[in-house]
Design a protein around this ligand. Structure first.
Ligand SMILES: Cc1cc2nc3c(=O)[nH]c(=O)nc-3n(C[C@H](O)[C@H](O)[C@H](O)COP(=O)(O)OP(=O)(O)OC[C@H]3O[C@@H](n4cnc5c(N)ncnc54)[C@H](O)[C@@H]3O)c2cc1C
Length: 494
């Protein structure tokens, strides 16, 4: 009989692992504590509006295609992806507005009037970003970074020798500033550090890989909204034979005789040959597995990524200026990051991200209305900041929008709010982090928990807090790498 694998969590990481394993004939059971799949990528429908609660932009679509191919998915089982243009519209505090296009020629053209001195820099910067991707993606994204041995494989040596080209010794900000002279463009490209919850003044410039991913590989809208992707993957896992159990909160991973034996859930013990936890790695290793205090402490010390506060607003009337994706920048970007990452307090003057899927799918809001997903970055939870002052933050968001000529006073006809504490309580994310572990230090890639937990034979990790990191495509890869680990024969040796 094929091996039985328990997967804790039906987030993107758990669903990807379930699909890879079920497609290879493993018996797979997915335990999800909530009543629906998706985890951070959930969905709310209310008062005629539909909202995604988490991710809104999909990058690296070939990762998703690879997952669909592994499952032999038919065309009608796959979501449709639509390119987004402009990829994002930026609103600056000085009143200027810039539309960034994935089409490099069009973006360059836009820059000729917006920041003429920097128009020619765009290509050079994206070449630099592309070089980092080409040098690092094979080692740091598409494979497990399990041990030094694999890192030192002969084929990785050229990369290690060209280490300075991946720019690990400068910060994101220093890297960006060495290319662009217009502070508005420095701010724009610095912001990509937040794509995995990091601080551009601390994270290594290697993260300048992200603009290449967004501009040259493209940013996509999932038709129907990101939750359509969750639905598609959950249906595919089930079609391949995986059992998805909702409302099943795993209490403990059973480790007896030095290896994983199964899970304790719904007041029962269910044996499994191996377990993949898609729950946060720190939560898994400190709450679900018995172990020495020293090991737990090592996990607790990993710095979480930032958290976020989400307002889901049903808005009466339509605004002409915002595109599908929009950023309203704060006045003092440095101060904002100091608030979030150093003082660990909500930003006094936040940068506001707004995504309106009704721009691409009009059915997501009633006629004459729009569905606004509004996100601001927040510090991860500490003892001192667990109570979010929603009213103060709402007021500063509305004020920021007003400064760009958008007045939503009296026009918000629906509001749902998701706080850092909600994220922690619903998904067990460590301190409400939205991307898992931060990449603020140079050795973050090496500190991040690996997909195979060497100290607990039979236990694997998949998700944003494990290798290769947060964000939808990386989390899908994480599920694949964890599944690949299970498929190796040592997974079953104790
Ligand atoms: C507001 C916000 C905006 C974002 N924007 C983007 C974006 O635009 N693009 C992008 O690529 N990424 C974005 N992200 C990040 C992206 O959503 C995450 O990286 C990704 O969804 C994480 O998936 P995951 O599988 O690691 O974890 P999760 O989604 O957290 O899934 C883990 C699952 O495990 C379940 N679970 C936990 N403990 C247990 C237990 N004991 N028993 C049973 N089940 C359990 C949880 O309920 C959850 O369903 C955003 C995230 C947020 C919150």
């Amino acid at each position: 009989m094929s091996a039985s694998i328990g997967i804790i969590g039906a987030g993107f990481g758990g669903l990807a692992a379930a699909i890879h394993l079920a497609a290879k004939g493993y018996r797979v059971t997915v335990y999800e504590r909530q009543s629906m799949p998706g985890g951070k990528a959930s969905e709310i429908t209310a008062d005629g509006f539909r909202f995604d609660t988490g991710p809104s932009l999909l990058t690296m679509p070939f990762v998703l295609e690879d997952l669909y191919d592994a499952a032999g998915a038919a065309a009608e089982e796959r979501v449709q992806l639509a390119p987004v243009d402009p990829i994002c519209r930026y609103f600056y505090p000085d009143g200027t507005v810039l539309s960034a296009h994935a089409d490099e020629g069009a973006f360059e053209q836009e820059l000729r009037t917006f920041a003429p001195g920097d128009a020619d820099t765009l290509r050079r910067f994206l070449d630099y970003s592309q070089r980092i991707y080409e040098l690092t993606s094979d080692i740091f994204l598409f494979n497990s970074l399990g041990d030094l041995k694999s890192l030192l494989r002969v084929r990785n040596l050229p990369t290690l020798l060209r280490l300075p080209q991946i720019d690990p010794f400068r910060t994101v900000h220093e890297g960006v500033q060495s290319y662009f002279s217009d502070p508005r463009l420095v701010q724009l490209f610095d912001r990509y550090a937040t794509y995995n919850g990091s601080n551009p003044w601390q994270a290594p410039a290697t993260l300048n890989i992200i603009p290449y991913v967004e501009y040259r590989l493209g940013g996509w809208y999932v038709r129907g909204g990101m939750y359509a992707l969750v639905r598609s993957l959950a249906a595919l896992a089930q079609r391949l034979g995986a059992e998805l159990r909702y409302g099943s909160d795993v209490e403990r991973i059973d480790v007896t005789g030095g290896r994983v034996r199964g899970v304790h859930v719904d007041a029962a013990f269910i044996p499994h040959d191996a377990v993949i936890s898609n729950a946060d790695a720190v939560f898994t290793m400190t709450q679900l597995v018995e172990g020495k205090e020293k090991r737990k402490q090592r996990y607790r010390e990993l710095e979480p990524s930032c958290s976020g506060l989400v307002f889901l607003w049903g808005v009466r009337g339509t605004e002409p200026e915002p595109a599908h994706h929009n950023i309203f920048f704060s006045e003092d970007y440095r101060r904002e990051f100091d608030d979030i990452f150093e003082r660990l307090v909500p930003p006094a003057d936040p940068t506001v991200y707004v995504s309106i899927t009704a721009r691409s799918d009009p059915a997501h809001a009633p006629e004459g209305h729009e569905n606004w997903f509004v996100l601001i970055n927040m510090p991860y939870l500490t003892k001192g900041n667990r109570d979010t002052d929603i009213d103060t933050i709402r007021a500063s968001v509305l004020d920021r929008l007003r400064r760009s000529g958008i007045d939503l006073t009296g026009r918000i006809v629906h509001e749902s709010v998701i706080t850092p504490l909600d994220l922690e309580r619903r998904t067990n994310s460590n301190r409400g982090s939205i991307y898992g572990i931060s990449s603020n230090s140079r050795n973050a890639a090496f500190m991040r928990p690996q997909n195979r937990v060497r100290s607990v034979p039979g236990l694997f990790l998949a998700g944003g807090s494990a290798h290769p990191g947060g964000g939808v495509p990386l989390v899908l890869l994480s599920g694949k790498l964890a599944a690949r680990g299970v498929m190796r024969k040592e997974a079953f040796q104790g």
